[in-house]
Each structure stands twice: as C-alpha cells, then as structure tokens.
Design a protein around this ligand. Sequence first.
Ligand code: SF4
Length: 461
Amino acid sequence: MSREHAAFLARAAVKAADEDHRLKILRATSTYDAAVAAMKSPATGQFADWQSARALAATIKDDALARLPELLARFEERIAARGATVLWAEDAGEARRHVIDIVRRHRVRKAVKTKSMTTEEIELNALLEGAGVELWETDLGELIVQLAGERPYHIVTPAMHRSRDEIAALFHERLGSPRDAGAEELTMAARRHLRQAYVTADLGISGANFLLADEGAVVMTENEGNGRLTMACPPVHVVVAGIEKVLPRLEDLALFLPLLATSGTGQQLTCYNSIVRGPRGEGEPDGPERMYVILLDNGRSALHADAALRQSLRCIRCGACLNACPVFRTAGGHAYNTAYPGPIGAVITPPLRGLTEWSHLAFASSLCGACTEVCPVGIDLHHLLLENRAGAVQAGGAALRWKLAMRLWAWAMSRRGRLDLLRPLARPALALLRLLMPRRLRARVPALAPRSFSRLWRARR
Ligand code: SF4
C-alpha cells in the first residue's frame, strides 16, 4: 500500500465518522441538487432537452480535442497579435519557472489571484510565498481556505466544508470582523480587505474557463466580480490554463456558459462572464499593461494520446460529479490530497501523477455511475475508473490476496453450477467476515438468503 493510499484511508475514516461534516455537506448538496434540477427541467429551466445539450457539448469538445494543435496555434497567433505573450509549459516545473521569471522581470511584491484549479495543480501559492510575494486569494471561498491554511475542499465551492459560524470565527481572528457576524457582514469584511489588495497589487493571476481559438481570447466566469478586478487592476496579468480548455468558436459559449452555470451552481448564467482579448489596447482606459498566458500540458498530452482516457479532457470543471459522488460526500474533499478531488480527480490524477502513489483513487468509487449521469459533457467517468483499475492491476499494484480472491470470484461467477458448489462455504465465510470486521460495521454484512436462486428457479418451474 502506497503512503498516499494509507493517508487517504486514514483521512477518509475520520471524515466518514464525523457527523457534523456529513450534515454540512448534505445541506450544501441538497441546496445545489434542487437548484440544478430546476435548471435542467424544460418547465422551469433554460434547456428544452438537457440530454441533447450534453451530447452537443461532448461533440464540440471532441472536435476541439481532435484539432488541439491547430486550435492552440490559432489561439496563440491571435492573442499574441494583440500584445499578449504566450508561454508553453510542458510540466508544472516549467510553468513555475515562467511565473518566477515574470515575478522577477516586473519586480512583483504583491499579487492577487482568482480561483483556479490549474494554479493549484502547479502549487503556485507556495511558490509565490517562497519567492517573497504577498499573495491574496480574491474568491471568497478561496480566501476562507487561505486564511484557514487549507487547500480547497471542492473545485467550485472551496469552503463547502465550513459553516457560517466557523467562517465568522476565522474572520474575527484574521480580519477583525465581529465574532457573530452574519453572511452579509462577512462578505463586506472580505470586500474591505480585498479592495485595497486589488489597487496595490503588482500582479493579477487567473485561470481560464475556456480559451477561444477563433477570437484568441481567454474566457473567465465568476459570481463575485473579483475575477474582473484581478485581471484589470494590476499592471501585469498572468493566465495559467490547461491546453484542453480550448473551444473552436465564440458561438460555442452560447452552449458552454449556461451548461457550466447549470452544472456548477444551478444558475442560468454565472454573474460575470469576461472575454479577455489581450492587455490594455491603445486608447483603452483600463486593463493590464502586460499579459502572459501560460499554456500548461503537465500530462495532458499523455491523456490525449490514450484512446480511452482522452474523453477526460472534455472536463469543464463544473464539480457536478463531486457533488453526486457518495465517496466524495463521505470521505470529504481533503481526503484526496489532490488539486482535483472526486470522480474526475480519481480519473486524471493516477495517469497525471503516477500510478504507484495514486492508483488507489481509482478504487475510491462504488461504481454507482452517478458521476457519469450528471456530467454535462458526457464523460463516462465510472468506466474510466475501471480503466484505471485495470491499469493499476497491470502495473502490479494489486495485493496477492486480492488477485487470488478475484480469480476465485471470476471462476465461481462464470458458471451457476460452481456458485452452487461453493454455497455450503458461504455461511461460515460470512461468519468469519463478520468476526474480522470492526464491531460497528458487522451489521452491514448481509445474511445469506434461505434458498439459492437455482433452488427458487427450480421450484418455480
Ligand atoms: S468530469 Fe464532468 S461532472 Fe466532473 S467536473 Fe468535469 S465536467 Fe463536471
């Protein structure tokens, strides 16, 4: 068992027994589920046919992935023509070096940043702090986890695991707001704190929800207005984007913006949708003087080359599969210790970061298929988890006892007669299993049916 596997199990066990955590996640996901259901319904939402919308989105993304080199080259050519600098990063190390070069070139001492899982992936915050840059997260959820010294819990709602009382205590301690502040007061405290940061920062860092090849533009969606201020106020703007974020045409946003808003937060449309086509142009009153776009590969080309896993690059990071996943909701986002938790994280982390340490994530699933059902771009997540499991077994990651148990299972299940042959052993085997399990879990071991299926079938005929 790898170190990460053991740590995952330990963290998950603690959270699974934490009723307060369960309650908070249940409240958050119930509110989310109701809002999403209304948005998807033809009667109350904006989609006449949600399934057709997802199928179209999958087709557009597959087309973009099939033409990835061509579309990225077009994006680079067009945004560079308006003064932005495009930098390519083969891995996280190269992306980090680009950021440090920019920091040194522009003598950056203070930076503001939007929510971006791609920057989590390259561990940008620790990098900048190590380089002596004062960095402030500007998304409210991200600010909460930054002040708490945690990593984001969820890719869309980073502070989903924190109650209002916990946030009030944190803000009281770190930002001086009243101990019993309500939601509005807490938001105002964050706003007062961040307004100063926007106007004094030397650098604004953002991710990208989409890259538009035909426009040569970066698209950012957000609900707080912090993204616009981060991109527009500081003199330098750096975008860190995965290469899979490219869409062919501006018109594709007519589908992808409502799709992302519906699956991400149960909204018709996110409040702020910005299309950034370069740094401040001549005669324009605001915007950064310099703009850099770092296009990150970091294993995505390997996913692209894998016929089965390529569809995982369709992901638009809406977080719906996390909300639907019983393992994520029970174990919690921090159990994964990855930038991308939940089903999509379990699909892409092992191939991106190495099977040896991370293959256990493929087994962190009941394979119920809820993730696949909700994915707005039709990624067959639970079958991809099976692909990863097969990869882990082929790489020699399965324990001998597991392999033997699977062989016996396959032998018995392939013929009804064999299963009947083993039936006399089932009762003592279940009794032994009960004995070996922790006391609190024993009741979950099922009782043996009084009569086997074969006997029932024979009796019926
Ligand atoms: S895999 Fe699908 S459901 Fe999960 S975050 Fe990506 S787009 Fe959303």
